[in-house]
Design a protein around this ligand. Structure first.
Ligand SMILES: [Zn+2]
Ligand SMILES: [Zn+2]
Length: 388
């Protein structure tokens, strides 16, 4: 029988003697040694696996370590942002692969508490122009490994602090932990308002992955430009002080956002967004299922299930496998991307409640001949319900 070397793929005739893994074949001792970084985790090593092994694997694969103790010991846990963690990994790659410091040695430094000094000592032996870009990053960000240095604020905390200042109506002395503790007793509606404020005060707006994308009416906006226009309305209210947090919360909680817009002189801006009033009229509790359809279709990330009303109303219940589900999803995605003059949120809703989805969708998208039968089956729903 022919075997492939795990490391280089060439024909292999030697198998790892320490374990019974049927795939641990090697062409040479050299390849076996090189593969050990990965194989140690599935073999029966004669010593315990420690954080230096996880660090070696991370460097070898150019992936962040996933072992919690390794993240803790080598600064990945403290580095919080992707940018910082990538730079930190780049630093270890330089040390291990270019400067040939063994992961074992690096772990020893860490255990002795001399990691920072020894990293500096190692790089100081290299001419400045060949130290790469991660070492200068490290010199600016030594707090990642040195716990005595203050850690810059986490951007997510920063965002929460900005929102909290608005909630309090004045300077804020609470820490992120205190804020989180206080908010944990809040109602879902109040927390939703706080989240909107955090985003708006950080010059962002909700995306379809968030529930508040629906409940604050962003689902009514036809495109990104429309969403920015609505975000601007909330900016006027929140950032430029047209209303207090309590006013906003009260309006949201009592389905009265439209009246709030009108009372603050924002009628012209909000009327320019078709269907916004219709969507917000019973928010945050009741929405046409078309709003959730749009959210389901536009949110990033596969594998999520639509809520039951979307499943029934928009034909996902008719899909016999995942391939059909994603086909139907793609079809709706295509419709939501059409110019507003052609595809209208409420017209889709009306077609749905009249049981005419296939006809309506067929006017917007030209079905291939062979797709007609499939979509005719998929776009069926139980409407209109018979009169009783
Ligand atoms: Zn080999
Ligand atoms: Zn083995």
């Amino acid at each position: 029988m022919n075997h492939e070397c795990r490391e280089c793929g060439k024909p292999a005739s030697k198998r790892c003697a320490s374990c019974t893994l049927s795939t641990a074949w090697y062409c040479s001792a050299d390849c076996q040694r090189r593969n050990w970084i990965e194989h140690i985790f599935e073999c029966n090593p004669r010593r315990n696996i420690n954080t230096s092994d996880y660090l070696a694997l991370a460097v070898h694969k150019n992936l962040f370590p996933d072992d919690p103790q390794t993240c803790e010991d080598f600064g990945f846990a403290r580095a919080f942002s992707i940018e910082n963690r990538s730079s930190l990994l780049g630093l270890y790659i330089g040390l291990i692969e270019r400067l040939k410091i063994s992961p074992k040695k690096i772990r020893q430094w860490q255990v002795e508490g001399t990691l920072v000094e020894n990293i500096k000592a190692t790089f100081s032996t290299v001419p400045a122009h060949s130290r790469g870009r991660y070492y200068p990053w490290f010199l600016r960000n030594q707090w990642v490994l040195d716990r005595r240095l203050p850690r810059p604020r986490d951007p997510v905390d920063e965002m929460m602090m900005r929102g909290w200042q608005y909630v309090r109506g004045g300077p804020n002395t609470d820490t992120p932990d205190e804020i989180a503790a206080e908010m944990s007793d809040w109602s879902e509606d109040k927390q939703a308002c706080q989240l909107l404020c955090n985003l708006i005060l950080s010059q962002m707006h909700p995306s379809p992955e968030l529930a508040i994308w629906v409940t604050f009416g962003f689902c009514a906006c036809h495109d990104e430009e429309g969403e920015r226009r609505l975000a601007w309305v909330y900016t006027e209210l929140i950032k430029f002080g047209k209303c207090t947090f309590e006013e906003l919360y009260h309006a949201y909680h009592t389905s009265a956002l439209t009246s709030l817009f009108n009372s603050k002189g924002l009628t012209a801006q909000t009327e320019a967004i078709p269907h916004l009033e219709e969507v917000l009229k019973r928010s945050p509790r009741v929405f046409h299922s078309v709003c959730y359809l749009k959210q389901f279709v536009l949110a990033q990330g596969e594998g999520a299930e639509p809520i039951p009303s979307v499943t029934l109303d928009y034909g996902f219940i008719n899909c016999i496998d995942e391939a059909e589900t994603s086909r139907l999803k793609d079809l709706y995605r295509q419709i939501f991307a059409l110019p507003r003059a052609r595809a209208d949120l409420m017209k889709l809703h009306e077609a749905c409640v009249q049981g005419k989805l296939y006809d309506y969708v067929g006017q917007l998208v030209k079905f291939q001949k062979r797709d007609k039968k499939v979509f005719k089956r998929l776009l069926k729903n139980p409407y209109p319900l018979p009169d009783v």
